[in-house]
Design a protein around this ligand. Structure first.
Ligand code: SF4
Length: 348
């Protein structure tokens, strides 16, 4: 039996006990692929709240408080000056010409609130005593350097926090940031950068409006790992025009670059996205559960046992999900995958 290194098993080995990732979603953060810096409209499947529990929580709070977030700039006519300013600052971040961020106090407060909300839940319900802060929504390195410094430093000072995981894009990390994060590694903290790759095929990246290519990704991974920062690569199976063989080739390619961890997701269609429009016009056929099962089995067979496989499932549990329907219930999805994997001698 091949025993996969799940994130739970990894944390147990590394810290001797259970560790929970605490998802964080902050006002003002956006993505260069949404705000027009590299592209407009975002990836064709992107609707951040379908994969971010804290964003759902924050949106509810925002509605309650009648506050405005960067999201509302993209989704509605309501706009306020400070958010506009931050949006512009975020947009200019890549040339590091601005450092001012009027939303920083709000972001620091939200970080604390969201951390305690989730940490207390896991502490009281499951007796969890250690946490990793997970900056999850949008692009969490896409902000003025001083903002990132303040947020990351604060995150790692929160009680019982052993490390931090930062979700980002391959075009939003530079050596200044890596050098800064390396200091935390030297202090004994566990630091992960989660890079969205999705596919190694340029035609797929173009078709899905990723707004970046694969150029330089291999050396970025090397630069990250050289500093003791762990690389978690995200892949999506079921992207338009991709066969199972292509999905496996994407996986083999990023494994050859050298990574520490993986997240594999099935692509699902949610309301309000460009992918939904393609699907409704018959231009996109979602991956079936059987095909996804085949891709997962083939993947886990070739993933070395020292790579942390953080997830192989994903879904949207609300009315926004259009297709495939098997992505509505992650438990059904995982039962099916675990059964198939077990028959192949893989324990996940
Ligand atoms: S990179 Fe991420 S946040 Fe940005 S548009 Fe794509 S899926 Fe959305």
């Amino acid at each position: 039996m091949k025993i996969m290194l799940t994130v739970g098993r990894y944390f147990k080995q590394r810290f001797g006990e259970k560790v929970r990732k605490i998802p964080i979603s902050l006002s003002g953060f956006t993505c260069p692929n949404i705000d027009g810096s590299v592209a407009k409209g975002g990836c064709i499947y992107c609707k951040n709240e379908t994969f971010s529990p804290s964003l759902v929580m924050k949106k509810k709070q925002d509605l309650d408080n009648k506050a405005t977030t960067i999201n509302s700039i993209h989704k509605g006519p309501q706009q306020i000056d400070s958010v506009h300013k931050v949006k512009d600052i975020m947009r200019l971040k890549m040339n590091f010409s601005l450092t001012e961020n009027p939303l920083l106090p709000t972001q620091l407060r939200e970080l604390e609130e969201q951390f305690y909300y989730h940490a207390n839940f896991h502490k009281n319900k499951y007796g969890i005593k250690k946490y990793m802060v997970y900056f999850q929504s949008f692009t969490n390195t896409y902000a003025p350097f001083d903002t990132l410094k303040a947020l990351y430093t604060k995150a790692l000072k929160l009680p019982d926090v052993v490390g931090m995981s930062i979700g980002t894009r391959v075009d939003c990390v530079d050596s200044k940031l890596l050098d800064f994060l390396e200091q935390f590694v030297k202090d004994g903290k566990e630091i992960w950068l989660e890079y969205g790759i999705q596919s190694i095929y340029e035609e797929t990246l173009k078709l899905t409006n990723r707004g970046h290519t694969m150029e330089g990704v291999e050396s970025l991974f090397q630069e990250t790992r050289k500093r003791g920062i762990k690389v978690c690569a995200h892949l999506i199976y079921g992207l338009p025009n991709e066969s199972v063989d292509m999905m496996i080739h994407s996986l083999e390619t990023i494994l050859s670059y050298g990574i520490d961890s993986l997240k594999i997701h099935p692509l699902y269609v949610v309301e309000g996205t460009a992918l939904a429009r393609m699907y409704k016009k018959g231009e996109y056929k979602p991956i079936t559960l059987e095909e996804y099962g085949e891709a997962t089995v083939r993947s886990l067979k070739i993933i070395p046992p020292n790579i942390v496989v953080q997830r192989v499932s994903a879904g949207a549990h609300d009315e926004s999900l259009i297709a495939p329907q098997w992505c509505f219930d992650k438990n059904i999805q995982m039962r099916y995958l675990r059964d198939r994997l077990k028959k192949e001698g893989i324990d996940y």
